[in-house]
Ligand binder design. Structure first.
Ligand code: TYD
Ligand code: MG
Length: 455
């Protein structure tokens, strides 16, 4: 076998024959690393006439293809089924990314153990058999159809697969796999690309679904999972703050369903628990009213969810005021503060501002703006917002409260959880029928209007 080497961008996987300082594809600096790869087999130089002579007909008329959807494998985990678009599709290749320690191994070990009557092969390149066993004991689950293989060589794995004939394969993790056809070390761009391609071929030919677990680092993009995103059918991301118990499983890409889906879990002493009613856990159960707290009615994917926003506004001690956020975009906070300063005449410029989304959730829905704004005002004035009030609206640069999508679902969720009032954008009134709700819907148009109605 002839060995050749190439340089790979560790950020995006771009391949180059020479070392380059700046990646021409993703514009990152100093990301090229030399990796030894197998010499490419030269493509057979066939003319189109020869191709025709060998007689194989790969072209099919689309009208002759039957579109029977293969039956999906439903797991006992409704959250997982949901993010996959309704269960596991046969022959699909699913990449599950997440930071180390977030609970990826736990999630898939637990699911595999709960899948009765399905032969599962769990390939662990990271933990020993006894470590996996200890974890399974902790999860208090047993399954005599569950098989474990501690191996990293892909060809050995395929040999074992031929013997066992599993109906589901989990690879933990793609960064540990090694293909004997490639020289470079496990975890390198060329290895990850090759081993994932081998797994993809296996999944497509055998119709066995394969889950690839992959680590990603804090900034969310690093060698490995990122370069695989276009190869796999589905990309899931498991996220959450390690200091909180809640975990979110998000669909990033899905050839077989919507990407707006979301699953929520709670990490407990005995594994992950599915959270079917997220709003109840995201709102702290408080008796007395505190200033700086506001509840937002948000949509995470297709699910309505009530989230608590906490703000603390204090007199600045240092020259430059501090702005600190958890679970919210810092630039968005700065924008909202500027709106309050300019359109409302509030002097946040001399204040330190801290903002926190409760429960370690990262909020991306723009409809949370109004609750953030009210939490800020509440802390600024040190006046608590009355109980049982929530908010759903985006805030525009000129201080207008803008309409948000799925307003009726948001209102319905607030009503379901016993809220008395919800503030929404005046512009949401068009086409929506608020009279069917028992909860009082308060349409507002501008920031100052919100202020005068609240305080
Ligand atoms: P793990 O699945 O190993 O994370 P990953 O595979 O993403 O690296 O999860 C590790 C964390 O989960 C670890 O800090 C311990 C915690 N944990 C629990 O809290 N309860 C449990 O039942 C289990 C199995 C793990
Ligand atoms: Mg793990």
């Amino acid at each position: 076998m002839k060995i050749k080497s190439a340089f790979f961008c560790q950020n995006c996987g771009y391949e180059s024959a020479k070392w380059t300082g700046k990646c021409p594809s993703c514009n990152q600096w100093n990301t090229f690393v030399e990796e030894k790869i197998q010499k490419d087999v030269p493509l057979r130089n066939q003319s189109w006439q020869q191709e025709k002579e060998n007689g194989r007909n790969n072209i099919v008329n689309l009208s002759e293809v039957s579109a029977v959807e293969e039956e999906r494998l439903l797991t006992p985990d409704v959250e997982l089924n949901r993010v996959l678009g309704g269960g596991i599709v046969p022959g699909s290749l699913v990449l599950v990314g997440g930071e180390p320690g977030i609970g990826k191994s736990t999630l898939f070990l637990q699911n595999a153990l709960h899948l009765k009557n399905i032969t599962t092969l769990y390939v662990s390149g990271e933990e020993s058999a006894s470590q996996v066993k200890m974890r399974a004991d902790r999860l208090q689950a047993t399954n005599d159809q569950f098989y474990l293989l501690t191996e990293t060589n892909t060809q050995t794995i395929f040999q074992e697969i031929k013997k066992l004939r599993p109906q589901l394969v989990v690879i933990d993790s793609i960064q540990t796999l090694q293909s004997p056809f490639i020289e470079s070390a496990p975890g390198s761009v060329s290895q990850i690309r090759e081993t994932a391609a081998e797994m993809q071929r296996f999944a497509k030919e055998s119709h066995v679904p394969v889950f690839l677990i992959g680590h990603i680092t804090k900034d969310g993009s690093i060698a490995g999972p990122k370069i695989l995103e276009h190869m796999v059918d589905t990309v899931l991301q498991f996220e959450g703050d390690q200091h909180y118990a809640y975990r979110i499983l998000r669909t990033i890409k899905n050839r077989f369903g919507s990407t707006a889906e979301l699953g929520i879990y709670e990490m407990t002493g005995t594994g992950l628990r599915q959270v079917t009613n997220p709003s109840e856990i995201l709102i702290s159960q408080r008796e007395d009213l505190l200033s700086g707290v506001a509840i937002a009615s948000t949509m995470e994917g297709m699910r309505p969810m009530l989230i608590e926003v906490q703000a603390l506004v204090t007199q600045s001690v240092y020259g430059t005021p501090q702005r600190t956020v958890t679970g919210f975009d810092l630039r968005r906070l700065q924008l909202l503060l500027a709106v309050l300063e300019k359109r409302g005449g509030f002097h946040f410029g001399v204040k330190d501002v801290f903002l926190n989304i409760a429960g370690g959730i990262r909020a991306e829905d723009p409809a949370i703006d109004l609750a953030v704004l009210c939490a800020l005002l509440s802390s600024y004035e040190d006046i608590a917002i009355a109980n049982k009030i929530c908010f759903a609206g985006e805030v525009g640069l000129s201080g207008e409260i803008r309409a948000v999508n799925r307003i009726e679902q948001r209102i319905a969720e607030a009503e379901k959880l016993g809220f008395d009032k919800i503030f929404v954008s005046r512009y949401n009134k068009k086409g929506a029928d608020f009279s069917k709700f028992n909860i009082e819907v308060i349409p507002v148009g501008r920031v100052d209007e919100v202020y005068s109605r609240l305080f």
